[in-house]
Design a protein around this ligand. Structure first.
Ligand SMILES: Cc1cc2nc3c(=O)[nH]c(=O)nc-3n(C[C@H](O)[C@H](O)[C@H](O)COP(=O)(O)OP(=O)(O)OC[C@H]3O[C@@H](n4cnc5c(N)ncnc54)[C@H](O)[C@@H]3O)c2cc1C
Length: 397
């Protein structure tokens, strides 16, 4: 199959696709990175320090360094959770994503601007990719390839065409407004602090947020509930926080997947990665780190597949990712189901966040994506307190 145009076509040049393309190009594969560059990805832009280290992100891409999170309960009880020695980085996706794509190009990938339309296999098993090319005046273009990585985000068109189980995917619909940040910090807004609002009238099943971004701030909300008005909710939150008087820069929304798909490959030559595969942490909606890690794993798996030619290898990508983070996703899914269900539970949840063990483990899990083994007794204490709180709550209700 060496007479194809490419070895791999990566569809979608967000964090996942750009990372996969960079890695494969470094290994001298002929890589096409196809990106429609249709709009700025709606995103809070919070990234953990382990992402900055692992994916060698230059410090000058960070527009803010967050030193604490403040959890706000239904009765407006406020719990500060200082990050400690480290910080949460904030990136602007209109700069971050093009930078990642440019790095893939420097590594040897070919970047083309166009919208993926269709894929099919011919009788020889060669994949044909059709896309509408922006560079060619929106002409339809077709290329051939040995394999495809579908990294075209939530509600992936690649997944729809190649992976039947993707139609069962679950999403939270997230919406946010980007505003000019207030010039000075006060009790309501602090440029070094993320505020996370757990109130049923702001979100019946997820949370609302205020994330500072240097000159700008993101004020947003997520929910899975049909008919829920995210716009009204953000308007309420802006009024509560005094951010209603700030100039609005953009209004935008997008789905956040809430569960990894059961299958990421088509058993022939297509593999999904990132949001397209559903890898976003439940409860928090954190997806950038997982998308980039997934891109790296997808690239390693594709490398083996291209060398060996056995399509069963493609299943290793999901197995490897779930081995690393499946348990965390499961635990966060449980946390979301238990604590995001009613204001009574949200109140208790925010109270639990006062606990120093809870704070330490939360930040450790977020910033490092692993738990330090010597803190096993603290894990046990948190689990017991969690169960104790839940039993107390069930008895009281
Ligand atoms: C409002 C909101 C706030 C969020 N906040 C955070 C946060 O603070 N921190 C965090 O970690 N995560 C956050 N997330 C989640 C995070 O944005 C995603 O998990 C992450 O962007 C996934 O990366 P990805 O590369 O898989 O997909 P995407 O970033 O969605 O990239 C997909 C790419 O594919 C391209 N594409 C799509 N269709 C086609 C096509 N047909 N042809 C060609 N190209 C195509 C798109 O243009 C895009 O560039 C948030 C999400 C939302 C919606």
């Amino acid at each position: 199959m060496s007479n194809t145009d490419y070895d791999v076509v990566v569809i979608g040049g967000g964090p996942s696709g750009a990372s996969a393309a960079e890695q494969l190009a470094k290994q001298n594969y002929r890589v096409l990175l196809l990106e429609r560059a249709f709009r700025i990805k709606p995103c809070g832009g919070a990234i953990p320090p382990c992402l900055i280290d692992e994916f060698e992100i230059p410090e000058d891409l960070l527009v803010a360094r967050i030193r604490s999170a403040r959890m706000i309960s239904p009765t407006e009880k406020k719990v500060d959770m200082p990050v400690g020695e480290t910080f949460v980085g904030m990136v602007d996706r209109d700069v971050f994503d093009p930078w990642l794509r440019e790095r893939a190009v420097t590594a040897g990938a070919e970047l083309r601007i166009g919208a993926f339309k269709a894929l099919h296999y011919d009788d020889d098993g060669v994949l044909h990719i059709d896309f509408q090319s922006k560079e060619a005046g929106l002409e339809s273009v077709s290329v051939t390839t040995r394999s495809v990585i579908g990294a075209d985000g939530a509600r992936s068109n690649v997944a729809r065409q190649a992976i039947p189980c993707s139609k069962n995917a679950r999403w939270v619909l997230a919406y946010h407004e980007i505003v000019e940040a207030p010039a000075a910090n006060d009790e309501l807004y602090d440029g070094d602090r993320c505020d996370v609002w757990y109130q049923g009238d702001l979100s019946p099943d997820f949370y609302a947020w205020v994330f500072p971004h240097g000159r700008h701030a993101s004020i947003g909300v997520g929910s899975e509930t049909d008919g829920f008005s995210a716009r009204n909710s953000v308007a309420t939150l802006r009024a509560k926080t005094g951010l209603d008087t700030c100039q609005t820069v953009r209004r935008e929304g997008a789905p956040i997947p809430m569960k990894p798909l059961k299958r990421w490959d088509d058993g022939k030559g297509v593999l999904l990665s990132g949001d397209a595969a559903g890898v976003v942490a439940p409860a928090s909606g954190e997806g950038i780190y997982y998308a980039m890690l997934c891109g790296k794993i997808a690239a390693q798996t594709m490398d083996e597949f291209l060398q060996v030619g056995d399509a069963r290898i493609l299943g290793d990508a999901r197995r490897q990712f779930m081995k690393l983070h499946g348990k965390t996703f499961w635990a966060l899914g449980l946390l979301q189901r238990i604590w995001y269900r009613s204001d009574k539970r949200r109140e208790k949840f925010v109270s639990m966040c006062q606990d120093k063990d809870v704070q330490e483990l939360t930040w450790q899990a977020y910033t490092q994506k692993q738990l330090v083994k010597r803190r096993k007794t603290a894990h046990l204490r948190v689990a017991l307190k969690d169960i104790g709180n839940l039993i107390g709550l069930t008895r009281a209700s």
